[in-house]
Design a protein around this ligand. Sequence first.
Ligand code: FMN
Length: 396
Amino acid sequence: MGHYPTGVAVVTGTSPDGEPIGMVVGTFTAVSLDPPIVAFMPTTTSGTYGLMKDSPAYCINVLAHDQLDLCRLMAAPRPGKFDDVAWSPSAYGAPALEDAVAHIHCRSQDVVTAGDHFIVLCDVLAMEVSRPATPLLFFQGGYGGFSSRGMSAKGDGELIEAVRLADLARPEAGRVARSLGCEVAVLAAANDHELTTAASAYGDNAHALEPLGVRVPLMPPLGEAYVAWCDDAAVEAWLGRTSSRDPEVVDKYRRRLAHVRESGFALSRQTEQMQPRYTDLQDAMREYAAGDLTPARERAVRAVIAESSAFFETIDIVDGETYDLGAIVVPVLGPEGRVALCLRASQLPAGADAPTVRGWISALQRAAAAVSEGISRDGWDDYAAYQQSIPGNFMM
Ligand SMILES: Cc1cc2nc3c(=O)[nH]c(=O)nc-3n(C[C@H](O)[C@H](O)[C@H](O)COP(=O)(O)O)c2cc1C
């Protein structure tokens, strides 16, 4: 049974003398959806359950990954455990533990004896998700947390080759950041579905906003300036990561890639009125970069990213107009013409006229061409090592 993982919950109630009481269970489970019934299984010898069984209500507290100390405390057979714990009485009278992921308020309706355990069946009275954090898990006698394989962060050790290649771009990135007074990030592939900031440089008017090693999912509309120069399989994989199943939306992204490839750069817009949604996107990206997403949060983050396509509408540079740009991204091509890195200029002044924007784009493209030349001249080994370091690399 040790090979089967469980969640960890604390069942709380009140003792006959009205004191808060509780025990840790790995046997909490959902039983029926309609009507909602849950169960847990205390041993028939449990002193705590003996004192708790006539409680008018129970509160099932689903523990979060960072509540191991609380779990240890609550598993102790000693009384008075609640003196050292933050809790408050629920509307039904049972203690609700602070910072638990969820609270399920229920009432015992039937107790079945099964060998040396009871199966305590409870009617659900109410429930709430109090903190959408990842839960604490118990497996083979040890504790751990949940990690979504799709989006979990990888160790930074994996990025050594990317950082080494990005080092070759650093002098050019610095030069162009100083001449435009903006931020220039060198983006490299962390793997086949994420880009990372592998180096960055700042001009006079820019602040250090984005820490190195931050990851961006290659998911429409993000990463188009990179994917536009990848092969068909990578393009299809990128399109397949959009949460939209609408063929028109997918088609729009395909046209965007073609446009980016044709023009040689990608622009995104960032106007005042877009600011609230831009803040949502930044929050989602920050949450993504921090890793440790529950599947529900991962879906929410994906939805915010999918909704951000408004920032990435095709922009034509027309004389007489002014532009509030979020970023300009250009590819740095490797020795055999495939995309190796991207240079992204951001924190550009708002209200720029068309000649200014064209000037920025050419400056960034000249920098990218110089980096390309540098890689072809002195960086073959670093480039080859970087390509090999990308797990699941679709470019080789
Ligand atoms: C991860 C974990 C899971 C547990 N699951 C159960 C359980 O499902 N049923 C049970 O009776 N005790 C379980 N226990 C033990 C009780 O939490 C606790 O140690 C016990 O209730 C205290 O002893 P007492 O009930 O005799 O006072 C578990 C303990 C841990 C640490």
